[in-house]
Design a protein around this ligand. Structure first.
Ligand code: URA
Length: 260
């Protein structure tokens, strides 16, 4: 596709057709066309997007599991064994799988979502459905791979019909998240959406006010942004998410050094 676009012997209409097909596919894939990431040139009714990577954002860092990471891996594994058969609330009876969370045990960056959905419940892994695919793209848009970071939810079990978590469920489940964070010791946390942000920070303040700036949880920096599922419902949120995750990456580099 790129070669086809660059080949000077292609006619203008061939190039436009190729770009239209790419744009259609990208929209179907839920690709993040962030406003600031693109220069948009208009030719008649055809919009030709040109990707523009801002310097310092799309730096791909290798996953290196440090000695500390290996120790964390053992501790997390042991903790998962200890809690995976939890029956402290009624979700223990309705779940298919306990979704512990996954990623780099030595991660300096942790993403926190709300609760597993149907796909996550089925596979026992966090963020693997449609919003998970978008989250993976968001993570990659700031130069990480999904395996570089750790992804956890506030609740480990799926609430039936994806209803919001009940306060009693959060109360019994949140200590699991605290313990996971104690083991991983991230330098920075990104909360996704209102429920995870409000629960972690113990506030009633809404995501619109909290997003995109440095917050604090027990000495660990927190950056909140909209949940990927909100972006799927309303793609306009992607612009704000892009701003927030660029800030997240800047803060990560400041706290961890850009080569970490
Ligand atoms: N939404 C979440 O908050 N977490 C998941 O794991 C999937 C969807």
């Amino acid at each position: 596709m790129l070669n086809q676009k660059r080949n000077p012997s292609n006619s203008f209409s061939e190039v436009i057709k190729a770009l239209q097909a790419e744009a259609k596919q990208s929209l179907e894939d839920g690709f993040i066309y962030f406003k600031e990431d693109l220069k948009t040139k208009t030719k008649g009714t055809v919009i030709v997007p040109t990707r523009k990577i801002k310097s310092g954002v799309a730096v791909v860092c290798p996953v290196v599991i440090s000695k500390e990471g290996k120790d964390n891996e053992k501790a997390l594994q042991a903790y998962k064994e200890e809690i995976k058969n939890c029956q402290k609330c009624s979700l223990g009876k309705t779940r298919t799988n306990f979704v512990f969370g996954e990623g780099n045990p030595g991660a300096k960056l942790v993403f926190i979502g709300e609760a597993p959905g149907a796909d996550e419940d089925e596979q026992g892994r966090p963020f693997v459905g449609r919003s998970g695919q978008l989250l993976t793209k968001i993570i990659e848009s700031i130069g990480f791979k999904r395996e570089d970071v750790f992804i956890i939810n506030i609740l480990k079990c799926r609430p039936p019909n994806n209803r919001a978590p009940e306060p009693e469920e959060v109360e019994v489940c949140i200590p699991y998240l605290y313990k996971q964070l104690e083991i991983i010791k991230p330098k920075i946390i990104c909360t996704l959406g209102n429920p995870s942000t409000q629960t972690l920070l113990n506030t009633k303040e809404g995501i619109t006010k909290l997003r995109g700036r440095a917050l604090d949880w027990n000495g660990i920096e927190v950056v909140a942004t909209f949940h990927p599922s909100a972006c799927l419902r309303n793609p306009a949120y992607k612009v704000d998410v892009w701003k927030d995750v660029k800030f997240l990456r800047k803060e990560y580099d400041r706290l961890c050094g850009s080569s970490n």
